[in-house]
Design a protein around this ligand. Sequence first.
Ligand code: GRF
Length: 214
Amino acid sequence: MTLCPDSTLSLVSPSISDRQQVAPLKLGIMASGNGSNFDVVAQAIQDGQLNAQIQVLIYNNPSAKAAVKAANRGVKSVLLNHRNYKSREEFDEKIVQTLRQYDVDWVIMAGWMRLVTSVLIDAFPETIINIHPSLLPSFKGIHAVEQALASGVKITGCTAHIACLEMDSGPILIQAAVPVLPDDTAETLHARIQIQEHRILPLAIALAACRFKI
Ligand code: GRF
């Protein structure tokens, strides 16, 4: 470890050689849709900005484009279709089993459109990160962008946070603000929010894994 020069705060930062010795984070990514957030995490890893590897992508929707993106990047993906399970708990048990099978230590919900249960949350305590298209605690749940538009707020955004049992709740890691423009539709606003999601999600993973006190 190297002391930052001239620091009055006694900040310590790992030297380059220390950083190289740190084992990559082993990520399991869960996605239901397009997988653009999956892709930016994979790209950040490829670019050397995030010291991690994606062990597996779990997707629940057979037509999820995220699976195609995983295949394009040579990432193993597993389809777990929630319709094949009797309860949310049984579904989450299968997810946990799969994440363990792939030796995952951080779980990233990157557009995971299912409510999760204590089965998943308790299996990965404080190591599940969710990305949500609003400035939480405003506009939880689905249609967050539409909710923001309908409310008349002039600024919305996105939040990366540690997931806990209550939907779209838990310690906030990073947020980014996005202005709502007068002629915005849900599509145009969501597209601008996603640009910010793609900036903050890889950063949030690095931040959370460094175990900074939030
Ligand atoms: C993102 O807007 C995310 O915040 C929300 O679902 C969307 C997923 O987008 N939870 P993508 O599948 O990563 O492109």
